[in-house]
Write a protein that binds this ligand. Structure first.
Ligand code: NAD
Length: 258
């Protein structure tokens, strides 16, 4: 298990799914966590997590709020050692040729620019102390086609590119920057699809196209995020790591049926 004892960590999108599982695991591993979400109900749910945890309502696409988020972590915990820039939104099922510029701007503002802002406003604290880890949530959709709308996939490919370039822009500073690329995980974001397949009695088909033959749980992404935030990952930098049951390892194939 990774060790985050004494680390001061910001986690965005912490009210639900992957962010919430990560906040829970990080406090279990001994971190002080600033749990951040646009959803004001997150304050109540942060209270349910046992440990040194504070909540702040932040929209990661608003620069002044992200600046305040970094300042709050320093004020509350005395510094910042890492951030999990995880908040993101789904693009829905709008057909490709019907997607508007406004649709794209909204997805990019949260999924991509939001990640950039989180790096921009925490990195100065990390570089100053010559120590820190930044982890961002991309997706298998950012690695290959067919795991979401074009706008969503492009927003996540952008996260991977930001992570790769940021690791070099922070060359020699002691700060590492990595991305997690989840496959299909059961969270609020994907719940409708899970409910629909369960309603049709097709639950057993979920996740069959990866060699682990199942979908993933938020806790399985949290394990990787906390590892990357920890000193155990001290030589991992500039990487986009897929946690997808092996989905992205293959060329197209037909899974065995019957
Ligand atoms: N669930 C999956 O299968 C899957 C797969 C690949 C990548 N992801 C990515 O994982 C991340 C977490 O998603 P999840 O599956 O846990 O979904 P989720 O909907 O359960 O959680 C997302 C959280 O982000 C918050 N959020 C949304 N917009 C925000 C904003 N502007 N500022 C701050 N917080 C905001 C939401 O309120 C919510 O609590 C996202 O970036 C998502 O794109 C999810």
């Amino acid at each position: 298990m990774a060790d985050l004892k004494g680390k001061k960590i910001i986690i965005t999108g912490a009210n639900s799914g992957i962010g919430r599982a990560s906040a829970k695991l990080a406090v279990q591993q001994g971190a002080s966590v600033l749990a951040v979400d646009i959803d004001p109900d997150a304050a109540a749910s942060a209270d349910e997590l046992d440990g040194d945890i504070a909540f702040m309502q932040v929209d990661v696409s608003k620069e002044e709020q992200v600046t305040a988020m970094a300042e709050r972590c320093v004020k509350t915990f005395g510094g910042i050692d890492g951030i999990f820039a995880n908040a993101g939104i789904d693009a829905g099922g709008v057909p490709f040729l019907e997607q508007t510029a406004e649709h794209w701007q909204r997805i990019l503002a949260i999924n991509t620019i939001g990640v950039f802002l989180c790096i921009k406003h925490t990195a100065p604290y990390l570089t100053k102390q010559a120590y820190g880890s930044i982890v961002c949530t991309a997706s298998v959709a950012g690695l290959r086609a067919n795991a979401g709308a074009a706008s969503y996939s492009a927003s996540k490919a952008g996260v991977i590119s930001i992570v790769q370039t940021a690791s070099y822009h922070l060359y020699g500073t002691g700060v590492r920057v990595n991305a997690v690329c989840p496959g299909l995980i059961e969270t609020s974001m994907t719940q409708r699809m899970f409910n629909k397949l369960r309603g049709l009695g097709k639950e057993a088909r979920i996740g069959l196209i990866n060699p682990t033959k199942r979908h993933g749980q938020p806790s399985e992404i949290a394990e990787m995020a906390c590892f990357l935030l920890s000193d155990a990952a001290s030589y991992v930098n500039g990487q986009a790591i897929a946690i997808d049951g092996g989905l992205s390892a293959s060329h197209p194939w037909a899974y065995p049926r019957g």
